[in-house]
Write a protein that binds this ligand. Structure first.
Ligand SMILES: Cc1cc2nc3c(=O)[nH]c(=O)nc-3n(C[C@H](O)[C@H](O)[C@H](O)COP(=O)(O)O)c2cc1C
Length: 351
């Protein structure tokens, strides 16, 4: 356990807790997390939304925030709890890939215009003072499926950039504890992780967990309202390989321009554009597991590049191992792939 130091003892943490049942796994996690906080000498208070009977429904009266009117006492009290905290931790199960209605409604009503953000088309300034935020979510789904299906990336964009980032929060982590409720060993591992998390930094870039059961989303946020540099051809090749490794066909498809042409020896015809790739390449992605790609070299700059590498994977149907070398050529325009051609010997794929 880490020793309390001058910095951590000064901290007061607000833990916003959302779960309807007293005997939930979430309640156990809360107990472990707050025990971890206490070990470091931090003070904390828990906003227990269900037990405090928070009303999550955004009523007609809540619109006063856009009309210069006064917020209700209850909302002002919720905001005051946030204001007196040095760090905010939000703990909840993931329901339908988002916050439960109770927690969603807490954001709807408490994170008001003029307090959390300014109602403008693209607000520049943060209205919330800088402080770290951690969102700890339990999920029934596995880490693998969250990566493959793009849910983890989606939650990263929506929660860290879209919700917190919109209000100017730059220091945030989202931690997903996967496979909850299925195996006692996983339950124990998650509870231990929660305890260690409570006694460590609230949210920082070094936070990690066992990637097989825990997803940590904490990469630096892009500056708001700045365009990402357009993807060039070498970057396109690297991202394509990453998407194959994650077996994320949607991410593969998104790299291509509307008329982008994808050719490889496995498909009888060139695939044209993201929709065609999404529909036609999915079967090839689903056939494989444990995809690994080593890129030997990526040559070229700007709009054209070529690469050599090696791919290994397991064929799901019979457990056989594929192992083959490939080359590919990529062309890009306006940050998307206009043509990508892969060459490899298909003999190892015949089984
Ligand atoms: C209404 C509802 C929706 C859910 N939606 C999802 C979901 O979209 N993805 C997921 O991985 N798990 C989902 N789950 C599973 C919960 O995330 C999981 O049961 C919970 O995190 C376990 O913690 P608990 O025992 O403290 O409730 C859902 C559960 C419920 C009740």
């Amino acid at each position: 356990m880490s020793e309390p130091d001058a910095e951590t003892t000064a901290e007061h943490v607000l833990v916003v807790f959302c779960h309807p049942r007293d005997d939930s796994f979430g309640a156990q996690l809360l107990a472990e997390y707050t025990a971890g906080l206490a070990e470091t000498g931090r003070t904390y208070e828990v906003a227990d939304l269900y037990r405090e009977k928070f009303d999550p429904v955004f009523h007609a009266g809540d619109y006063v925030q856009f009309e210069g009117g006064a917020l209700s006492r209850r909302i002002l009290d919720e905001q005051a709890r946030i204001e007196r905290a040095d760090a905010i931790v939000i703990m909840s199960p993931l329901w339908w890939l988002g916050f439960p209605a109770m927690l969603k409604g807490w954001f709807d009503r408490v994170w008001s215009n003029g307090w959390a953000y300014e109602f403008a088309n693209d607000p520049e300034g943060s209205l919330l003072p800088p402080r770290p935020y951690l969102i700890l979510l339990t999920t029934g789904g596995s880490a693998g499926s969250f990566a493959r299906r793009g849910y983890a990336d989606g939650l990263d964009s929506l929660l860290r950039t879209g919700v917190l980032g919109w209000c100017g929060v730059s220091e945030s982590s989202v931690v997903l504890l996967h496979d909850t409720g299925f195996h006692p060993a996983t339950t124990r591992e998650h509870l231990e992780f929660a305890r260690a998390l409570g006694s460590g930094p609230i949210s920082d870039g070094s936070l990690t967990g066992d990637p097989a059961r825990i997803t940590v989303l904490n990469s630096p946020l892009r500056a708001r309202n700045t365009e990402e540099p357009a993807m060039d051809a070498p970057a396109a090749i690297r991202r394509l390989c990453d998407a194959w490794i994650k077996q994320d066909n949607a991410a593969i498809a998104r790299l291509f321009a509307d008329e982008g042409v994808f050719t490889d020896p496995l498909h009888e015809r060139p695939l044209i554009g993201p929709d065609d790739i999404l529909a036609t390449n999915q079967a090839a992605v689903d056939e494989l597991a444990d995809v690994r790609i080593e890129l030997y070299s990526v040559l070229g700059t700007g709009a054209r590049a070529c690469a050599e590498g090696r791919m290994t994977a397991t064929v799901v149907a019979d457990g056989s191992v594929l192992d083959f070398e490939f080359t590919m050529i990529a062309e890009t325009a306006d940050g998307r792939i206009t043509r990508l051609t892969e060459y490899f010997d298909t003999a190892p794929l015949r089984h």
